[in-house]
Design a protein around this ligand. Structure first.
Ligand code: GLA
Length: 736
């Protein structure tokens, strides 16, 4: 709910459990007043400390600098005396850098507002209001609208800005972030996510220091390395208690997310498109809209923050018809065969998969052009009939006949120098004329900002999809952007390239899901380099990492689940020794860890032992019995191997608290040690529950009946697995 108080000039944005307040200050600047636990409608203008300033004790705001470098701001601007990090920088036709935003008017609308070309939150079954504060720089004759969308069913506020050039001259927007706010430092910690290929989104928690700290990408995509997310939290905040602020970005390109602690121990939080290598030419009458940033507050610790993000994304961002449905259990041939397969091999996999209960075969990289290794053919999206003997239509028909659905891999944004398409269109690769472009995996990036190249790539994909009964696409993207050059943009617009690239990806994916509305789309980028809310708008699931080792996955999935619902995390059981780390883990543990994601297989099923086949069948049954809890429930981190070096534990609990699934992984065994009692939060304390140890011998580990409060405070006994990397799965059900 959004209210405006004419007397105090305060906007009060309320979510079910949080308040966000904004003040039109004495001089008309839009000032940040409060963000946190839900509070009353008092006159909180004192929180901006407008009467206190550094250099004088005379009339307030004697000089602009002392005001602007002090006032808590909502959308700080560059060049006019707020020397902290800005959210907006504009240069005029003479290259002066200065912009100052003064309140002009506002409106409150009873819905969300879609931004053309960008992924956006939406409201379907719940109430949503949007506050639009219009501000103006009278010198530039530029208006900036600040947007805030608030939902009545989740603790999130979605922010963005629109910059309109009402002058008769061209201006350049050199920085346009999506959100900013200032607050006092309360001795906070911060959390960011870091990693690498096969090691994505590891959690890093540390104290906030003086100066600037944060995360960025300038790789043209979200990246393996850093993530458009940060959390600020009480030093004492735990999984289930304490104040936590989370900020995430609905975008899939270059970003910046920063916290700046300044001379007054105040914090400025900023998030948006990375201004490095960014400049947008705004002609007279034109507008630029930023992507959306999501702000979440919880006073119930990190799990409370995760619940708010998960609910927002499941209810208000992911559009796919698959989002609330069981996904077909798939088997992907990548780790099974790499490039070495043909029709017969795929059919062999399909036949055995069917016997074990698997529902879809996905043909990964290597089916097109002359692609027998990774140094050629990207762009030549024509079936290689030497491998797919009999053709694609025939293969899909055979697979369907066996009783499986069929899915396929593409990498539409790429072009191999060794490809027919590059030989006929050498200017379709991103490159700087005269400079040998940097290569990665022997491939270049297709210049999809060029509408002709973009259309070619899209039509190639669509043609294949129309040629057979293909029900799933894995859309991959296996290198980052460098050597930016294109014949399509003049010199004074080249700074728009990175953003235009992301817009082009979104346009292609929008076309795909519009033309093929029943398709299950899974995004991917060398594993999880483009796992972000922007892509979730197009695909309900994203491949989490190329690292399928169950133990490495604990940290990867833990960091990913900090804000993304488990239903979106691509997770498969693969073969051992694992192809990324060489580790050998029990088949059972691999199944338990993958069950907390979309679940599937990535191995040569024709080579499994009899015992492994029966384990696959058991795992498939577990998916059928329990995946609804994972998909629609609330996720709770309980213990992290990253922190305790011994074990990991998490739970999913249905919203009605009637069912829960607890996964425990004993990473390293500990000799001569006592059994563990794991405390399960989130259940109804007054109800009795029956807890069943799912894959255990029921005579040795019979079910136990315990009250919710007992499970939460005394805990449940974990029979210690023998050996390293063992796991225990517990299904908990409320009794009448
Ligand atoms: C990327 C993906 C893998 C696989 C390969 C194929 O690395 O993340 O899952 O599809 O490409 O080349």
């Amino acid at each position: 709910m959004i209210k405006f108080n004419e007397q105090t000039k305060i906007f009060h944005l309320q979510t079910p459990n949080s308040s966000y307040q904004i003040l039109i200050s004495h001089k008309g600047h839009i000032s940040h007043v409060y963000y946190g636990t839900k509070i009353g409608d008092d006159d909180l203008s004192y929180l901006t400390r407008q009467m206190e300033y550094g250099f004088s004790n005379q009339e307030i705001f004697r000089e602009k600098h002392s005001l602007l470098d002090f006032l808590p701001m909502e959308y700080p601007t560059d060049g006019i005396g707020d020397f902290r990090e800005s959210a907006l920088a504009i240069s005029d036709a003479e290259n002066h850098n200065g912009v100052e935003l003064i309140y002009k008017n506002h409106k409150i609308i009873e819905e969300t507002v879609q931004i053309p070309g960008l992924p956006c939150v939406f409201a379907e079954n719940s109430k949503c209001q949007t506050l639009v504060i219009t501000t103006e720089d009278a010198v530039l004759n530029v208006e900036v609208d600040l947007y805030y969308s608030v939902f009545d069913d989740c603790d999130a506020i979605v922010r963005w800005a629109k910059i309109k050039n009402n002058s008769s001259k061209t201006i350049f927007v050199n920085k346009a972030l999506s959100a900013a706010f200032d607050m006092d430092d309360n001795n906070f910690d911060m959390i960011t996510l870091h990693g690498s290929w096969a090691r994505e989104r590891h959690i890093d928690r540390r104290p906030i220091h003086m100066g600037k700290q944060g995360v960025v990408s300038k790789r043209g995509e979200t990246s393996h390395q850093e993530h458009p997310f940060l959390a600020i939290l009480d030093k004492t905040a735990t999984e289930n208690a304490g104040n936590v602020y989370g900020v995430n970005f609905i975008y899939s390109g270059n970003f910046v997310a920063e916290v700046q602690k300044n001379q007054f121990d105040s914090l400025r939080v900023t998030m948006g498109i990375n201004p490095e290598n960014f400049s947008w030419k705004l002609n007279s009458g034109d507008a630029f809209e930023t992507p959306q940033a999501v702000l979440v507050f919880s006073d119930k610790g990190l799990n409370g923050m995760s619940h708010a993000f998960h609910d927002l994304y499941r209810e208000h961002l992911i559009r796919s018809p698959f989002k609330a449905k069981p996904r077909p259990i798939l088997i992907n041939n990548w780790e099974a065969t790499y490039f070495n397969f043909n029709t017969e091999k795929l059919l062999e996999i399909a036949r055995q998969s069917k016997k074990d209960g698997i529902e879809m075969l996905v043909m990964d990289d290597g089916w097109f052009g002359k692609r027998n290794n990774d140094d050629c053919s990207l762009g030549d999206w024509v079936v290689n009939e030497e491998k797919i003997n009999g053709g694609l239509k025939n293969l899909v028909e055979q697979v369907n006949k066996i009783g499986l659905k069929f899915g396929i891999w593409f990498e539409p944004e790429m072009i191999s120098p060794d490809s027919d398409v590059f030989r006929s269109h050498p200017d379709w690769a991103i490159q700087i004329p005269g400079r040998v472009p940097g290569m990665s995996r022997q491939q270049l990036v297709l210049d999809i900002v060029n509408p002709e190249a973009r259309n070619f790539a899209y039509e190639s994909v669509a043609k294949i999809l129309k040629s057979a009964n293909i029900e799933y696409v894995k859309w991959d993207m296996n290198r980052q952007l460098s050597d930016i050059g294109t014949p399509c943009l003049p010199a004074d617009q080249l700074g728009e390239y990175f953003h235009r690239y992301v817009l082009a990806v979104y346009e292609m994916q929008e076309r795909l899901i519009t033309d093929f509305p029943n398709l299950l789309l899974e995004n991917c980028s060398g594993g999880g380099a483009r796992f972000d809310p922007g892509m979730l708008y197009y695909s309900p699931q994203i491949w989490c990492s190329d690292d399928t080792d169950a133990i490495e996955r604990l940290s990867i999935q833990e960091g990913t689940a900090l804000m993304y619902p488990l239903s979106s995390m691509g997770a498969h059981v693969s073969v051992c020794p694992n192809h990324a780390v060489g580790r050998v883990t029990p088949f059972k543990t691999r199944g338990h860890v993958a069950l907390s994601g979309t679940f599937g297989y990535e191995l040569d099923i024709t080579k499994l032992s009899d015992d492994e086949h029966s384990q696959v069948q058991k795992q498939v049954q577990n998916y059928k019995d329990y995946s609804h809890i994972v998909r629609d429930g609330d996720y709770y981190r309980i213990a992290s191997y990253r922190e305790n070096n011994e074990f990991d534990c998490w739970a999913s609990i249905t919203k009605d608290k009637k069912q829960a699934l607890v996964t425990f992984v004993q990473v390293l065994n500990h000799p001569n040690y006592k059994s563990r009692f794991v405390k399960i939060p989130g259940l109804n304390p007054d109800k009795k529950y029956k807890a069943t140890y799912v894959d255990e011998d029921q005579t040795q580990n019979p079910p136990v009946i315990l009250q919710g409060s007992t499970l939460q405070n005394a805990g449940i006994k974990i029979a210690r697995p023998w050996g390293d990397f063992g796991s225990v799965l517990i299904y908990i059900e409320m009794m009448n």
